[in-house]
Structure formats: C-alpha cells, structure tokens
Design a protein around this ligand. Structure first.
Ligand SMILES: [Zn+2]
Length: 481
C-alpha cells in the first residue's frame, strides 16, 4: 500500500501534459531528493498513475508518488463570441471583487494606536481601486477582442469559463481528481494545486476523507472563481449598474486624488516660500515684521485659494459618489461575499501560499482562512503568479514540509518560515536598491541633460535594468538556496 500520494493539479492555460509534468512534478521531486527522500524506480505492478509521475521513498521507507493530473481535455470549447461575452462579464466581476476586497480595508474601523497604519493601508487600497478600475475600463474592449480573435487568449478564458459556468464540465474535472485519489487508496493524500488547480483541489477535498487528506495550494484562484460562478445569476441590469458604478468610482477617485495632490504641492510651495521669508527676517532684523507678515499672507493666500477652488467643490461631490458606489457594490455582491469565506476553507490541514503581487490569489489572501493563508514575497513582480514552482525557498520547501509531515504528528518545521523571512528581506533590499538607483540616475541625468523628459526616460531605463537585476538575483537564490 502506498504511504503518501501527492497529485499535482494545474491551473488555466496548460495544454501539454508532459510539459506540465516537467514544470511541476519534476521540480517537486528534485526538491524532495534534497531533503529526506530518494528516487525509486517504477515497480512492475505500477498502474493508474499519469505519464511523468515519480516514485520516492524516505529514510523511514515510506513510499510516495507525485502524480501530475491534467484536466484540460475535459473543457468544452465554446464559440469565440460566447467566450468573448463571458470574458467581458468576468472582467468586471473580477474587478468588482478586487474593489470589494480593497473596500473592506476602508470599512474596518481603526484604533487610535493603529491610525497611521490604517491611513497607510487605506491610501494603498484607494490606489489599488483606482488602478484596477481604470485598467479594467481601459482594457475591456481590447482584451475582449483578444479573446474573440487570439486562440491562446481564448484558451485561458475557456478554462475558467468551463470550470465556473458549465456544471457538467465542473463535475468531470472534480471527478478526475477525486477518482484518482480514491483508486490509489494511499494512507495519506497531499493534494497540490496551482491557480485554478488550487480551486479544483479545494473542491475535491470536500468529498475526500479529511483525516487522511492535506491540501497545499499556490496562487489559489478560488476567491475569484466563486464570484464568477455566482455571477451567472446576476441579471444584465445589475451588470450595467456595476459597470456604471465602476466608471463613477474611477472618475470620483481621480478627482479626489488630483485635488489632494495639487493641494499638497501648492501648500508645500507656500510653506517653503514662507520659511525663506522667515530666514530673511532673521538675517535682516530691520525689515523683519514685513517679512513675517509676507510669509503669513502667502500661506493664508494658498489656503484660501485651495478652499475656494472649484476642485475642492468637486471633491465634496466626489466623496459621496464614492460612498454610494461602494454601497452599490456591497449590495450587489453581498450574498456572494457572505458565503465566500466558508467556501474558501476546506477544514483540513495544509497551507494556501499567496504571493504578495499575485492578482489571482490576492482576494484569497484577504478572505481565505487566516489559519491556512501564508503570504509569501515570491519575486515581488507582476510575473509572480507564474513563478510558484520556481520558488524553492518559499514554495517547494513548504510542499516538502507537508509531504514529509503527512500522516504523522505535525510538529511545525521552522525551515519554511525561516526561508520565507530571508526571502522577504532579500527582495525588500533589492526593491530599495532599485528605487535608489532609478532616482539617482534621474537626478544625475537632470543635471547633465536639459530635457526633463529625457531625464525621466533615463530614470525609467535604470528602473527597468534594476528590475531585471532583481529577477536574476531571485533566480540565483532559488538555484543555490
Ligand atoms: Zn510508476
């Protein structure tokens, strides 16, 4: 009898079984071999596992099979325009989920001691809301056309579409995983899922034996996919309201941010001018009263100009618009959000690894069970969702920990958390270095070249180079660590 069975379930966009096995199972196996496991050959009686599976045994002679499970062949292909329409709907629902998650930050009441942290988090959430809302509105038409016209883009949309909107496909995909686990009859199962594979594995867990099952997910898409599924029942009028609310929101947020930014710049300039006048007052005592009066008048004028500006009037309108928009969202999505937390928690041991810059798992990191969710640094880049299996320090170490600990008494192994902390420090230093180098390049360039645009371009190029350096340094650590 097999001691531990570790099926690995892929996310959207995979269409090649062997490639997936190489990218996931081989890497997991190689990492296990660096720990207490060694590779074993395929026994003559071996049957029922997929191509690319790997046998291992550990020091205590426990047997393990890591098995790549693909489900893409279960997905039915819809017409291109049906896929495009579905994608357009999904894009706005996904954006709404992100906005709602960030909106929750604003709604949480801070304590007095926690006020600075709250303000920082609220500003960050506002920026995310603005960025995501603006991006969605700007990209809605081009991306929808891409889904209709570019086959590769349509595959990504169709995978999620089949899983969320086609009950028959959904059942088949879940059964693909559960039937393999049941047929294997191992003493313990460690289900591993990436992205949508994490959502599939989470659903499979509901029908598996909790006492002998562990779930490890990376970049779990469950918190995005549940609302997509639930949104099938939302009528098109509510959908139109959602789009309208989003446009109002972005417009209002832009007005507020622009006014705050310009106001801050004008006030700072007035204060600097005032300070200069005060310095002159100190050096020239004869004319001191005049200078002090001029400094005061300057600041008062700036405050007056701001208080009477039409922008401030716009902000006074914009703030209630934002509040109403949040209410529209909250009302529209309240029934979905109510059940979401429950659906995200399979109530079994394991971990959900969510990278800080992974847009797919970000809502999961906010709404998922705190006991299971672990936020990791990954490479802190927009590629984070694709890099989980490359991440030895934070991800493969964690998978090895749960496989090795499967079925035993679970004494937490500090290795994984130490590795996570080290990565956080490393990536933080690299990002700080990138900021310093980019600013320094821009400052030096602005002294040497007359055009501000050229200086900004040089700063941007330095930023891009340092981004590459950060990525290469991250790769190097994953190779040697
Ligand atoms: Zn075999």
């Amino acid at each position: 009898m097999l001691d531990v069975y570790a099926p690995v379930v892929h996310g959207i966009g995979v269409r090649d079984h062997k490639e997936f096995a190489e990218d996931s199972v081989r890497r997991v196996a190689r990492h296990l071999e660096r720990a207490s496991w060694r590779r074993d050959s395929c026994p003559t009686t071996c049957d029922g596992f997929a191509i690319g599976h790997v046998h291992l045994v550990d020091d205590g002679d426990r047997s393990l099979v890591v098995d790549p499970i693909t489900w893409f062949d279960e997905i039915r292909t819809p017409s291109r325009w049906r896929a495009a329409w579905w994608f357009l709907r999904a894009l706005f629902v996904l954006c709404a989920v992100h906005l709602l998650v960030n909106g929750q930050v604003l709604l949480s009441a801070p304590s007095v001691a926690g006020l600075p942290r709250y303000v920082w988090r609220a500003l960050r959430a506002m920026t995310w809301i603005l960025l995501l809302g603006a991006l969605t509105i700007a990209l809605a038409v081009p991306l929808t056309l891409a889904v209709a016209l570019v086959p590769r883009a349509r595959i990504l949309a169709t995978d999620a579409l089949g899983w969320t909107s086609d009950p028959e496909t959904r059942e088949k995909v879940i059964a693909r995983v559960t039937s393999r686990v049941v047929a294997t009859r191992a003493r313990h199962t460690v289900l591993i899922g990436h992205s949508q594979g994490g959502a599939i594995a989470t659903n499979a867990c509901h029908v598996l034996e909790p006492a002998t099952t562990t779930l490890v997910t990376m970049g779990n898409g469950q918190a995005l996919l549940i609302p997509l599924r639930a949104s099938r029942g939302i009528p098109w009028t509510s959908f139109a309201a959602l789009v309208g609310a989003m446009i109002a929101y972005v417009a209002a947020a832009l007005v507020i941010m622009r006014t705050l930014l310009l106001g801050a710049i004008e006030l700072t300039a007035a204060v600097v001018r005032g300070l200069a006048l005060l310095v002159r007052a100190a050096t020239d005592p004869g004319a001191a009263p005049d200078h002090v009066a001029a400094a005061g008048a300057g600041i008062v004028a700036a405050v007056e100009a701001l208080a009477l500006s039409p922008q401030l009037f716009l902000v006074l309108i914009a703030i209630p618009v934002v509040a109403v928009t949040v209410l529209v969202y909250a009302r529209l999505l309240a029934p979905i959000v109510r059940d979401i937390r429950h659906l995200l928690d399979p109530a079994i041991p394991g971990i959900d690894l969510c990278a800080r810059f992974d847009g797919v798992s970000h809502p999961f990191a906010m709404l998922g069970p705190p006991r299971r969710v672990a936020t990791i640094t990954q490479s802190a880049s927009l590629l984070d969702h694709m890099l989980y299996f490359d991440n030895r320090a934070e991800v493969l170490t964690e998978i090895e920990r749960w496989i090795t600990g499967a079925g035993g008494e679970r004494t937490p192994d500090p290795r994984a958390s130490v590795a996570r902390r080290r990565m956080r420090h490393l990536v933080r230093s690299l990002r700080a270095a990138r900021a310093v180098v980019a600013l320094a390049a821009m400052a030096i360039a602005s002294l040497l070249v007359p055009s501000a645009l050229a200086a900004a371009t040089i700063g941007g190029a330095a930023y891009a180079v340092m981004t590459l350096v950060k990525h290469l340094a991250w790769r190097a650590v994953q190779r040697d660590g």
